[in-house]
Design a protein around this ligand. Structure first.
Ligand code: GLN
Length: 487
C-alpha cells in the first residue's frame, strides 16, 4: 500500500471493499509517523492508544455496514488548540504544557461519532499567533517539500502532516489565514468555512469573532467530506448557524461553465513573487478554459484588511488570554510568589512566549481608555466596509480568486527577527476573517520547486460553490497530486 499518496477518498474505498481494515491503516499511519515525523515534527502528541481503540470500533462498524459514514475508519490529526478529553491540549504553549481537558470540542465529538480515528495533536504557532509555526514553544515544524523551510502558520503542523501523508486529513483553525496560508506552502487543499458554519465549542479561542475551524487534505472531495461531518448548528456555540448543512460531496462534478470568477485588482499589485503570479495567471486561464467568465472587480478597502485584522485580533486575544492566570488551567508558578497577583504575573511571564506577550500588550493598549475609539472602534467600523466590499463584489461574480501568499515558503529563521514582516505574509488571507466569508485554498503550481496556493473566496455559507469550482479545477490539473520528496 502506497500510504504517502493515499487520499481520503481512496482510503474510504479500500475500507469499504475490505482491502484493508482500519486497524491496519491506522497502524501503518502510526508507523509512518514514527519513521517520517522526526524530520518534520508535525505532531506534538501522538495518541496511539486512542487511535487503535477507535480503529477497532470503526472496523466493527465497517463489518456490519451499519452506521458507516464517509469518515468511518479514516485516521486524522488535529491542531492542538481543539480540546480533546483526556488528551493533553497545549496550543503549543508552555502555559498549557500539561493541560488535559475534561471535555471534547464539538468537532472532536462529531468526528468520533462519524467513526474517524484520531492519530494525535498537531504543532502550531503558540495560541495560533504566527505565520510560520516557529512560534511554537516546543519546536518548529518543517516544510515536507524542503526541510530548511517553514510550513506556514499557524496550522503548520496540520498542513505538513496532510502533505506528508501523516494522516488522511487534518483539522486546522483559521483566524486570519492559518488554514489557507500553510495549505498553500505545503501543497494541500484547505477550507476556512464561513464564520458560524462549524461550532467553535471547545476551541481554545484566539480572536472569537474570527476563529473558524476547517479541514485540510489532498483533494477538494476529501475537504468537502470532512466539512460535511463537522459543520452544523451546536447549541453550545451561540454563533453557530441554524442553516442546514448541504451534502457537499454530492454537488461535486457539476460544470462551472458560465459561472463568473472575479479577479480583485487590489490583490494583484507589485511585490508578488514572479512564480506565484504566473501560477495564479495560469490557473485563471484554466478556469477560462473550463468555461468560466473572468471579470476584474474592485475591493476598494483591501489595504485596510491587514491592519483591521491585527487591531481586532490583538484586542480579542488579549481579552481571551486573560483566563490563563495560573489558577484554573495549566501552568501555575507559586514558588516565591507573595500573593495571588504575583502568581498571575509569574505564571504569565514564564508561560507565554514573546509573540503572545507582544499581542497581549498591544491589545490591552488598543482597548484602553483614550485609545479605544481611535483604534478598536475605528477598526470595527472599517471591518464593516471590508465586508461590504465583498458583498458588492459577489453581486457581480460567484467567487473571487487570489493567491494565498505573495511568496512561497520562506526559510526557517528568515522572518523571526521582524514581526511586521511576518504579519505581511498574511496580506492576502486576513480580510476574509473580518468579513466572515468562506475561502478554499487549492494547490495551483510551483515556483522554484516550492508549492503555490490559490484561494477561492465565496459568499457567506456558499462553501458549495467553492467546492464545485475547486473540484472542477482538480479534474483538469494535477498539482494537488504532487507529493513532497519523502520516503
Ligand atoms: N498569521 C495569523 C496571525 O498571526 C494567523 C492567525 C490564525 O489564523 N490563527 O494572527
Amino acid at each position: 500500500m502506497e500510504l504517502s499518496s493515499l487520499t481520503l477518498r481512496s482510503a474510504q474505498e479500500m475500507l469499504r471493499s475490505k482491502q484493508i481494515s482500519s486497524v491496519e491503516l491506522t497502524q501503518a499511519m502510526l508507523d509512518r509517523i514514527r519513521k517520517i515525523d522526526p524530520q518534520i515534527q508535525a505532531y506534538v502528541t501522538v495518541t496511539e492508544d486512542v487511535a487503535l481503540e477507535q480503529a477497532r470500533r470503526a472496523d466493527e462498524r465497517l463489518a456490519t455496514s451499519e452506521n458507516v459514514t464517509p469518515l468511518t475508519g479514516i485516521p486524522f490529526g488535529v491542531k492542538d488548540c481543539l480540546s480533546t478529553k483526556g488528551v493533553r491540549t497545549t496550543c503549543s504553549s508552555k502555559i498549557l504544557e500539561n493541560y488535559v481537558p475534561q471535555y471534547n470540542a464539538t468537532v472532536i465529538d462529531k468526528l468520533a461519532d462519524s467513526g474517524a480515528v484520531m492519530l494525535g495533536k498537531h504543532n502550531m504557532d503558540e495560541f495560533g499567533m504566527g505565520s510560520s509555526c516557529e512560534n511554537s514553544a516546543y519546536f518548529p515544524t518543517r516544510n515536507p517539500w524542503d526541510l530548511t523551510r517553514v510550513p506556514g502558520g499557524s496550522s503548520g503542523g496540520s498542513a505538513a502532516a496532510a502533505a506528508a501523508g501523516l494522516g488522511l486529513f487534518s483539522i486546522g483553525e483559521d483566524t486570519g489565514g492559518s488554514v489557507r496560508m500553510p495549505a498553500g506552502f505545503c501543497n494541500v487543499t484547505g477550507l476556512k468555512p464561513t464564520y458560524g458554519r462549524v461550532s467553535r465549542y471547545g476551541l481554545i479561542a484566539l480572536a472569537s469573532s474570527f476563529d473558524s475551524i476547517g479541514p485540510m487534505a489532498r483533494e477538494v472531495y476529501d475537504v468537502a467530506a470532512v466539512t460535511e461531518a463537522i459543520a452544523g448548528l451546536d447549541k453550545r456555540d451561540s454563533t453557530s448557524s441554524t442553516l442546514p448543512v448541504p451534502q457537499y460531496t454530492q454537488s461535486l462534478g457539476k460544470s462551472v461553465k458560465g459561472m463568473k470568477l472575479g479577479i480583485p485588482k487590489e490583490y494583484f499589485v507589485a511585490g508578488m513573487e514572479a512564480g506565484v503570479e504566473s501560477a495564479i495567471h495560469k490557473a485563471i486561464q484554466q478556469f477560462e478554459a473550463l468555461g468560466m467568465e473572468i471579470h476584474e472587480v474592485s475591493l476598494p478597502h483591501t489595504k485596510y484588511g491587514l491592519p483591521v485584522y491585527y487591531l481586532i485580533l490583538f484586542a480579542e486575544a488579549s481579552a481571551n488570554l486573560a483566563r490563563f492566570d495560573g489558577t484554573r488551567f495549566g501552568l501555575s508558578v507559586r514558588d516565591g510568589a507573595e500573593d495571588v497577583i504575583d502568581v498571575y504575573l509569574r505564571t504569565r511571564a514564564a508561560g507565554f512566549g514573546d509573540e503572545v506577550k507582544r499581542r497581549i500588550m498591544l491589545g490591552a493598549y488598543t482597548l484602553s481608555a483614550g485609545y479605544y475609539d481611535a483604534y478598536y472602534l475605528k477598526a470595527q467600523k472599517v471591518r464593516t466596509l471590508l465586508r461590504q466590499d465583498f458583498e458588492q463584489a459577489f453581486e457581480q461574480v460567484d467567487a473571487l480568486i487570489a493567491p494565498t501568499c505573495p511568496t512561497t515558503a520562506f526559510k526557517i529563521g528568515e522572518k523571526t527577527a521582524d514581526p511586521l514582516e511576518m504579519y505581511l505574509s498574511d496580506i492576502y488571507v486576513t480580510a476574509t476573517n473580518p468579513a466572515g466569508i468562506p475561502s478554499l485554498a487549492v494547490p495551483c503550481g510551483f515556483s522554484q520547486g516550492m508549492p503555490v496556493g490559490m484561494q477561492l473566496m465565496g459568499k457567506h455559507f456558499n462553501e458549495e460553490t467553492l467546492f464545485q469550482i475547486g473540484h472542477a479545477y482538480q479534474q483538469v490539473t494535477d498539482w494537488h497530486k504532487q507529493l513532497p520528496p519523502l520516503g
